[in-house]
Ligand binder design. Sequence first.
Ligand SMILES: CCCCCCCCCC(=O)SCCNC(=O)CCNC(=O)[C@H](O)C(C)(C)COP(=O)(O)OP(=O)(O)OC[C@H]1O[C@@H](n2cnc3c(N)ncnc32)[C@H](O)[C@@H]1OP(=O)(O)O
Length: 236
Amino acid sequence: MRDDELFSFEDARQRLGESFDPLPVPAIPPADPDLDRVVVELRRLRDASAALAMSEVELGDIADRLGEVASLLESRVAGPADRLETMWKGAGTRRSNPVSGPENPIAPPVDFVGCDDGSVMATVTLGPAYQGPPGCVHGGISALIIDHMMGLANHWGGRYGMTAHYELDYRSPTPLLQPLTFRCWVHEVDGRKTWTHGTIHAGDRLCVEARGLFLEASVPVPGQPGTRSTVADGSQ
Ligand SMILES: CCCCCCCCCC(=O)SCCNC(=O)CCNC(=O)[C@H](O)C(C)(C)COP(=O)(O)OP(=O)(O)OC[C@H]1O[C@@H](n2cnc3c(N)ncnc32)[C@H](O)[C@@H]1OP(=O)(O)O
């Protein structure tokens, strides 16, 4: 089997239907549009603040003004422990995860597409907030995105699980400010185990190769005693 082949293409077709259009995997449910707009603005602040040093910006009372907004929000939102509970009462973690979640300002965000061959793909351009080596994506950010994306590829391939083992080879520098193509696919399955592979390319150049072992498992859901989640799609 070639390394980039789905473990069972026909099996995936049976599970996913004879023909299907690429879809977001899994679809992220909409919520209050104002909430998503707030996060879009927070991301603009994130990216602008990553470029503040050595800039010409007159900072003056900027910190005070931002502090006022932060205090306003803090006074009206749930604390972290309560938030963990509400997160699992709604759309699971799909809206709040740190890779694609529209409610999470640290998410770049990355938009995923499920492909006809069973893989999951994404194209994303990362800015200076994600820098590691000069001009390059931080290796931990690459790892974060691929790990999450492998979870989605498992879901797309009808599997689920928690990452038990995960390894990456950084084959060449991963550039900032250029479109990067991420791809993940289920490579092999055996009982509770799913081996999932992934790559990052800049154009035709291979930047990162990754392999993960996922084990079917469940974890207790915060605030819902006796309830466990399979972490399959952020729901139970
Ligand atoms: C739509 C989807 C959206 C969601 C995407 C989310 C993706 C995010 C992915 C993550 O980041 S998950 C978070 C990071 N992972 C964790 O926190 C997992 C922490 N580890 C655990 O909870 C447990 O170790 C785990 C549930 C993974 C496994 O515990 P088990 O007690 O169920 O496994 P066990 O020790 O019985 O081992 C089962 C088999 O797996 C093998 N195994 C376990 N850990 C391994 C390992 N690290 N390396 C290789 N093999 C391993 C083990 O040898 C054994 O093989 P055999 O059955 O052949 O004997």
